[in-house]
Design a protein around this ligand. Structure first.
Ligand code: HEM
Length: 485
């Protein structure tokens, strides 16, 4: 697999041209856009990869899109950022048009490099350790909510409760103030944030920017929500600055993401300012909430359908807690790190149900991708769930087998990790992956210590359906719990 500048390939065979690639037949003007349903766009394109092979073409309106469903090519592309490929400009344009500051997810070039340094510092192992008490507090609130559900014989809406959990965890850390949607069932800022993600997904994928022609009541509500969110973030930044100014010890050991980012931004050569911090507060929320909540929902769904794996996970939790006298408060990030089976279950969940089943890149220069000429500006659609479901890489690929992620002589873990990349790869790999894993393990320890899972159901009793929003979510999962005796 090669990716190199088109000008350096004079001695090599002629490049294949986009027009010569296989692919679904485009319709006039709209191309293949109307052959894809937004809510299942990932599956439609995965199906085309089965039909046309791992490299094919499609047209989204006037945009030519090279589709790649091969992990080796994917890795090389992801590595070649930010210099040769970027995320589509539509993403940052749409965010900014909505009135939001952009952050790491949408930054490019030197701005990305400066912001990445700041965000990585705020998510360092040392800082994440100091966030641990507040994650534990939020986990206990989820426990209280579920104990109440058992006492009142209430069915739990899995995704909604995990969204509350991750919102409280990430928003608390990002804002540096206690956000409590788990106990109050409501939080004003979260209600406004909830409007932002679905609109972003719809607008980025819209063929016609209808909101510029006529604003619906929902569009006007969005404007109000964005204004309120921005105002709140500026308020949180001011308060965090005041805390840091009045307590110099806090600069050494910041207590939340916002304080860490401000400390990193204040370094003389940081290249970032208050606006970048504001943009990254919102970015943490957008990138860190739904991804983690969705992974937890899929994980529990898959565990309930695989009783052997569920039993192993329960035993692992029991044995770790036994060393701590069954006391959740004695947990530490290091202790959670010992939960290798639950980690394996999470990796297996992300293989089968990745929160981001595709990625989109744009070429910054004329180049070559796997022997195909790619002009500057061409879109490349990376299908992440293709090789991950191939028998060749993962025998019995559709089965949930966490054991494949355990360190054993039979498992080639390095190869498995090269093929399944749920957190991305290369310089832009997810900076929140350790924090996410910590949240997932905490939630699982709390669940498996206190409860037996009576049922996890789908609306129609069949397999859980996938719906693509900003992440790939399960539709309508509900859970019933019993207290563990
Ligand atoms: C299970 C949970 C999560 C999954 C599956 C996930 C997945 C991803 C993926 C696939 C990317 C793109 C990587 C690439 O382009 O190579 C990404 C980027 C990112 N994620 Fe996560 N993520 C998760 C949790 C989090 C959390 C908890 C945070 C923050 C607290 C976070 C913050 C970010 C940010 C800021 C980026 C952009 C990085 C950049 O462009 O440099 N994510 N994530």
């Amino acid at each position: 697999m090669t990716i190199k500048s088109a000008t350096s390939s004079s001695a090599t065979p002629p490049l294949r041209q986009f027009k010569d690639l296989p692919g679904p037949r485009p319709w006039p003007l709209v191309g293949n856009a109307l052959q894809i349903k937004l809510s299942r766009m990932h599956q439609d394109i995965e199906d085309w990869a089965q039909q046309y092979g791992p490299i094919f073409k499609m047209h989204l309106g006037p945009t030519k899109v090279l589709v790649i469903a091969d992990h080796q090519i994917e890795t090389a592309l992801l590595k070649d950022r930010p210099d040769s490929f970027r995320r589509p400009k539509q993403l940052v344009d749409t965010l900014e048009e909505m009135g939001l500051q952009s952050g790491l997810l949408t930054a490019e070039g030197q701005t990305w490099k400066d912001q990445r340094r700041m965000v990585m510092a705020s998510l360092s192992a040392n800082n994440v350790r100091s966030y641990f008490p507040s994650l534990l507090k939020v986990t206990k609130r989820l426990q209280g909510r579920w104990l109440n559900a058992v006492d009142t014989d209430t069915t739990i809406d899995l995704q909604a409760d995990f969204m509350r959990f991750t919102v409280d965890a990430i928003a608390g850390l990002s804002f540096g103030s206690d956000i409590n949607t788990l106990e109050t069932d409501d939080d004003e800022i979260q209600r406004h944030l909830d409007k932002i993600l679905p609109t972003l997904f719809k607008r980025v994928n819209a063929l016609v920017p209808y909101w510029r022609i006529i604003k619906s009541p929902a569009d006007r509500q969005l404007d109000r929500s964005v204004a309120l969110v921005n105002e709140s973030i500026n308020g949180f930044i001011e308060k965090a600055r005041a805390r840091l100014d009045s307590d110099s010890a806090r600069r050494e050991q910041p207590q939340n993401l916002l304080e860490s980012m401000l400390v990193a931004a204040d370094k003389s050569d940081s290249g970032v300012n208050n606006n970048d911090v504001a943009g990254n507060v919102i970015t943490m929320l957008l990138a860190g909430e739904e991804t983690t909540a969705t992974t937890l929902s899929w994980l529990i769904y898959l565990l309930k359908r695989n009783p052997e794996a569920l039993k192993c996970a329960q035993q692992e939790v029991q044995s770790i807690l036994a060393e701590l006298d069954d006391d959740l408060d004695s947990l530490t990030p290091e202790k959670l790190n010992e939960l290798k089976f639950i980690e394996a279950c999470t990796l297996e969940t992300l293989r089968l149900k990745p929160t981001g089943p595709f990625d989109v890149l744009v070429a910054l220069e004329d180049t070559e991708v796997a022997g195909i000429a790619v002009p500057k500006g061409m879109w490349i659609w990376v299908v992440c769930r293709h090789d991950t479901l191939a028998e060749h890489y993962f025998p019995d690929p559709k089965a949930f087998k966490p054991q494949r992620w355990l360190k054993t002589e039979d498992n080639d873990l390095a190869q498995s990790r090269r093929v399944s990349m749920p957190f991305g790869s290369g310089p832009r790999i997810c900076p929140g992956r350790y924090l996410a894993m910590l949240e997932i393990k905490l939630a699982m320890v709390m669940l498996l210590k206190n409860f037996d899972i009576e049922s996890v159901d789908t609306p129609d009793g069949g397999e859980a359906k996938e719906i693509m929003s900003i992440t790939m979510n399960p539709v309508g999962l509900t859970m019933k719990l019993q207290k563990r005796l």
